[in-house]
Each structure stands twice: as structure tokens, then as C-alpha cells.
Unconditional design. Structure first.
Length: 439
């Protein structure tokens, strides 16, 4: 094809079609409009409205997305499509823009027939008369509802993932703490056993020593009875010896020393027994238990932590045996007692109370310490959150305690007043509704 023919063909393609000429191009106009309509219906939903908001035209794509039939829309006001999602300021901006003869573009949410909404990227173009005033508007929308739904689904999944990650971190921290306490419990049980053995023979030896001393003092009394038959020199020597050692004092004091030593051995034995009871690995299983036994053992273990800071007051009520894991509840009580002692700066009072209601028991630890700030009450059971100074706490004690009590089907209540003190109350069901198989 020559250059002239190429130029003529190009010009023919680019020349606007004279649809209104006398060459019978009505069919071409109809065909082109149908092709345009087809293209628009595939990708763009479109409405035409006047300045009063009356809908004059909608295409098939808009009907499909909105759920309305064409005759349900044409002649109706455009407000019927308002979803209630947008603020009045959005519509004010839309109106001001198009009435100024400018194009408005934004993300729009329209109500669908029968419920639900559809999101679209919308462009509204005003039609202007000869004076430049808008008299009609065409709104072209590209549907992004699926994109919005996907975005919302991703956001929900992300939120769920964050929650699962938080719970995983909490479970991991509690597992680490539980493993640590279990290891310490086994170590404490072994140490208690090792201490118990020598304390046993010390106690036995003290008993034998008391018997031997009684025999010796009987022999001395016999010698004293024989003093009348001694010669003067022997009697003088014995008298001086008895005066020098103060035999009367020795007789009384040796008896007191043995008694106090036996009491000390009994005290150590009780502490060892309480330590064994507190750390007993078998108590990790579900069993019927008297909580007062666990509390007494825990108080004995925590005695050194409490005695320098507070006076301990016990107000125990009448409790039935409950179905629980005693060793784990002992960890809860120990955490609450140590927290109470550490909350007291100088000298105060720690009160431990117990009580029961139908199908429930409660254990309360109250201190007269510095209390918890109001804005931190809601965070105290979060893992790694602590109000203590650096080095004094890991922030896992209350989190672990909360998890243990929750596993028992119970709850922990806290009431604190800054500067006055804090009260923790642990509620536990008497009987477990469903015993878990995990030992």
C-alpha cells in the first residue's frame, strides 16, 4: 500500500463519524453505542441524575450490583441508595464540588436492596449547560466491595493472629514459669528430704543425751550423799570443785538447753514438712483437699518474707474440701503473700481470710501496703507487667496465678486503694465441672 493510501486510511479512522449525515450511518451509531454500553456494563456501573437528585438513567451493571431493577430506580431520589456509612461532611464536599462544575472522586458506600452494602471508587461528572451551570450528573462507579471484604477479612485475621500470638506468649511464659516452679519444687523436695534425715538423728540423739544427763546427775547425787563419810581433805576439794562449776546452775540449765534444742528440732522438722507439702509433685493432680493445710504450709514457707515486714493475722472460716490441684494453688497463695509483703514499705499487717458460699470457697489476702494505681489495675494480670522496681519482679506471678485459678474454673477479684492497701480474693468452685486429663 502506498504512503498516500496509508495516510488516507489513517485519516478515515481518526475522522469523527458523521452519524447524522445522509449516508445511512444510523446502524453504525447503534452498533457503536451498543459496544460502548457493553464495555461499560462489564466494568463500570453508571447512573445519571438531575440537580434534584432524581435518577434519570442506570445501566445494567449498576442494577446488578445494587440488586434493584431499573424501574425501581429511575424516577426515584438518589438518597434511597444512602448506606448511612458516610458523614454529612462527605456529601457537602460532593455537592460543593460538582455544583462548581468540577469532577468529584472518592470511595462511596451504597445500600443494596435487601440489606448489605456495596463499595465503589466513584467519579461524578457534572453536565454543564451553555452558561456553564450543572443540570445533570453522571456517576461512574468501579466496584471494590470484594476488595473491601478482603481488606476487612485480612484485618480480622490480623487481629486474630495478634490475639493468638499474645496468648501464645502468655502460655509460653506461664509454661516457663511452671517448669521453673516444678524444678524448684523437685529441688526443694530433695533438699527437704536431705535435711529431714539429719534432723531425725539429731532429735534422737538429743533424747538419748537427756537420758544420759539424768543418769549422770543421779550419780552426782549419790556422790553428794556420800560426802558425810569423806575425809576433810577430799571433802574440801569436792566442795571447791562444785563451787567453781556451779553444779546447781548446770543441773537446771542443761535441762533447759535440751528442751529448747528439742523445740528447735521440732520447728525445723515442721518447716521441712511444710516445704515438702508445698512442693509435692503429686499434688499437681486433681484431688480433694483441705485448703487450710495448703495455706498453713505456704504461710510457713513465706514466713521469712513476711516476718520482717508485717504482722500476720489469720481469720480462717469453715471450709469444705475442694477438688483442685493443691500444689498449683499453693503457688497462687505464695505469690499473693509475697506481693503483699513487698507492697509494704516499712511495717504493716497482712490478713489471710477464708470463707465459703454454696458450691464456692474463697481465700483472701489483704495488706496495708501502698496499693495499686487506678490506671494500672486492669494490667496487673498481663504477662511481664509489674509495678515493682527493676530486679524485684518478673511480672509473671499474677499472670501465672490468674491462669491457675482460671484453670480451676475460678476467678480473682482485686480491690485496691492507693496509699491504703490491696485485697485479693480468690474464688474457687468446690467441685470441678469437667476434670481435664492433663496431669
Amino acid at each position: 500500500m502506498s504512503d498516500d493510501k496509508l495516510t488516507k486510511a489513517r485519516d478515515e479512522r481518526m475522522r469523527p463519524r458523521a452519524y447524522l449525515d445522509d449516508e445511512g450511518t444510523a446502524e453504525e451509531l447503534k452498533r457503536d453505542l451498543e459496544m460502548l454500553k457493553f464495555a461499560l456494563d462489564q466494568h463500570v456501573s453508571m447512573t445519571v441524575a438531575d440537580t434534584d437528585g432524581t435518577i434519570l438513567y442506570v445501566n445494567d451493571r449498576f442494577c446488578e450490583l445494587s440488586g434493584y431493577a431499573r424501574d425501581e430506580l429511575v424516577g426515584e431520589n438518589h438518597r434511597m441508595l444512602k448506606s448511612g456509612v458516610h458523614t454529612p461532611e462527605v456529601f457537602a464536599d460532593l455537592w460543593d464540588t460538582i455544583m462548581a462544575g468540577e469532577v468529584w472522586h472518592n470511595t462511596v458506600c451504597n445500600k443494596k436492596k435487601g440489606g448489605g452494602v456495596t463499595w465503589s471508587e466513584s467519579t461524578i461528572v457534572p453536565f454543564l449547560d451553555k452558561e456553564g451551570n450543572p443540570f445533570q450528573f453522571i456517576a461512574m462507579r468501579t466496584n471494590i466491595t470484594r476488595l473491601k471484604e478482603t481488606e476487612e477479612a485480612l484485618r480480622a485475621s490480623n487481629t486474630k493472629l495478634h490475639e493468638l500470638n499474645r496468648r501464645l506468649g502468655e502460655a509460653q511464659s506461664q509454661l516457663l514459669q511452671s517448669e521453673k516452679l516444678a524444678s524448684l519444687g523437685q529441688l526443694a523436695a530433695g533438699v527437704a528430704h536431705e535435711i529431714n534425715n539429719p534432723m531425725g538423728y539429731i532429735d534422737s540423739n538429743l533424747g538419748m543425751l537427756e537420758g544420759y544427763l539424768k543418769d549422770l546427775f543421779r550419780v552426782l547425787e549419790a556422790y553428794q550423799g556420800a560426802e558425810a563419810g569423806m575425809d576433810a581433805d577430799t571433802l574440801k576439794t569436792l566442795t571447791e570443785l562444785k563451787s567453781g562449776v556451779d553444779l546447781g546452775f548446770l543441773r537446771e540449765d542443761v535441762s533447759d538447753l535440751c528442751r529448747e534444742s528439742r523445740e528447735g528440732v521440732t520447728r525445723v522438722t515442721q518447716i521441712v514438712q511444710d516445704l515438702k507439702n508445698f512442693s509435692r509433685v503429686d499434688d499437681a493432680k486433681w484431688q480433694w483437699t483441705d485448703l487450710h493445710h495448703g495455706l498453713d504450709s505456704t504461710l510457713n514457707v513465706a514466713h521469712n518474707e513476711i516476718k520482717y515486714k508485717a504482722e500476720l493475722v489469720k481469720e480462717f472460716g469453715s471450709l469444705p474440701e475442694i477438688q483442685c490441684r493443691p500444689a498449683r494453688l499453693n503457688q497462687v497463695f505464695l505469690n499473693l503473700l509475697i506481693n503483699a509483703a513487698q507492697a509494704i514499705d516499712e511495717r504493716g499487717t497482712i490478713t489471710v481470710r477464708t470463707g465459703a458460699e454454696p458450691e464456692w470457697v474463697w481465700v483472701e489476702v489483704e495488706d496495708t501496703g501502698k496499693g495499686i494505681p487506678i490506671d494500672e489495675i486492669g494490667k496487673i494480670f498481663d504477662p511481664f507487667f509489674t509495678t515493682k522496681e527493676i530486679g524485684q519482679g518478673t511480672g509473671l506471678g499474677l499472670s501465672l496465678s490468674h491462669g491457675i485459678v482460671s484453670d480451676h474454673g475460678g476467678r480473682i477479684e482485686v480491690d485496691s486503694k492507693p496509699g491504703e492497701g490491696t485485697r485479693f480474693r480468690v474464688w474457687l468452685p468446690v467441685m470441678q465441672q469437667e476434670i481435664q486429663s492433663v496431669g
